[in-house]
Design a protein around this ligand. Structure first.
Ligand SMILES: [Zn+2]
Length: 140
């Protein structure tokens, strides 16, 4: 039996009609693909549940550019679906909140001004990669 790709499952979740019946039929018989769809659902549920103060439209796009290359190739295509403006904003906001919490939690001394900015940037990237990795790694 040929499994459905993340792209197909993502399209199915988004209400795409093409191939819908075949995917639904496959999902009925295939626990693996159901689990995969659930994993995708979880990520979106988490994103949609986040509060959305306005971090500025450019922010989400900038963050995305920073992480796009780090995402595992097989997962990259459906993650692009996150480009819907509201999701992108929630995503950027979540990253900012995580970064602030993480950085505040581990700050040990008073670094110089310029250093602090650089460090915060590095920490933010690391936190983001970890957060994304956790979402993507939840399937087992
Ligand atoms: Zn399958």
């Amino acid at each position: 039996m040929k499994h459905k790709t993340e792209d197909e499952l993502f399209a199915y979740r988004e209400g795409e009609m093409k191939g819908r019946e075949a995917i639904a039929a496959h999902l009925q018989q295939c626990g693996e693909c159901r689990a995969e769809l659930e994993r995708i659902e979880e990520v979106f549920a988490a994103l949609n549940a986040m509060p959305v103060p306005d971090p500025g439209e450019a922010y989400g796009a900038k963050v995305w550019q920073q992480i796009a290359d780090r995402l595992p190739e097989q997962n990259a295509s459906w993650w692009r679906g996150l480009f819907a403006p509201r999701r992108l904003m929630a995503f950027g906001t979540a990253v900012a909140l995580l970064a602030v919490a993480f950085y505040a939690g581990r700050k040990t001394g008073p670094p110089a001004g310029g250093e602090r900015v650089a460090d915060a940037g590095k920490v933010r990237e690391r936190v983001l990669v970890v957060a994304v990795g956790e979402h993507l790694g939840k399937s087992e």
